[in-house]
Design a protein around this ligand. Sequence first.
Ligand SMILES: Nc1ncnc2c1ncn2[C@@H]1O[C@H](COP(=O)(O)OP(=O)(O)O)[C@@H](O)[C@H]1O
Ligand SMILES: [Mg+2]
Length: 259
Amino acid sequence: MKVSGLSIGYARRPVIKDLTLAPFKPGTLTALVGPNAAGKSTLLRGLAGLQRASGEIHLGDTNLLRLSLPEYSRHVGYMPQSLPQRVALTVYEAMLSALRTSQGLTSSTEARQIAMTTLERLGIADLAMRGLDELSGGQRQLASLAQAIARKPAVLLLDEPTSALDLAHQHRVMSAVQELGVERGTITIVVLHDIALACRWCERILVLSPRGLAADAAPSKAITPETLASVYGIEARVERCSRGFVQVMVDGIVCDRDF
Ligand SMILES: Nc1ncnc2c1ncn2[C@@H]1O[C@H](COP(=O)(O)OP(=O)(O)O)[C@@H](O)[C@H]1O
Ligand SMILES: [Mg+2]
């Protein structure tokens, strides 16, 4: 996927301005991090075809922005940051419905099989018959992720999929998303607030600030004390853990944010 000259905004508020990014390779996992209101969700919704955008988003030879929404969503799967609260379906029914609308799967046997395997893969098969409206926040998040994954999109966009999850489920989700991405050649972009989690699992980190893109590189290049100071306004140490992953220790707030 190649993004060029992408602009996305609201009536009087441009948020993403003329963004061009290096191509996203199949099978790779990219984190999108940045402070509140930087535009992460806006960018993700734009990439998902759900927010009016100008510019180009190419997947192979296709400019996705020229497609109708149903065609668009066949290529690109999206999990929103805020999930619908009152949906009178069971987890399993919601999976079948997601599969029907995205792939036009008429074979219900195949759809049922994909639905159950996906729930098992995320460790939530036991929730299949529970109503979505009677789940905890974390369980709802897992169910929503399962719907996005089951569609097997070429591009998978996840907006804070781990924000309500305990440590074990965070690990399970990141690991499943990474494995499935490699197996299926999916381009996955995931919004995360936890920079250590991002650096542990993602090979590429996009750091977005309200001023625009502050970094786009491998974890150790993207996450530096200088970037953290200018983007988050924090004084922080960036160190490597005993396994070589980037860790961030925040020592204080500085007020020289570059916006
Ligand atoms: N529907 C909307 N209408 C107008 N402005 C919006 C809307 N949604 C978000 N914004 C504004 O766009 C900016 C980026 O928001 P968002 O993309 O949600 O940030 P993030 O996900 O990084 O926290 C913020 O200033 C926010 O107030
Ligand atoms: Mg957001």
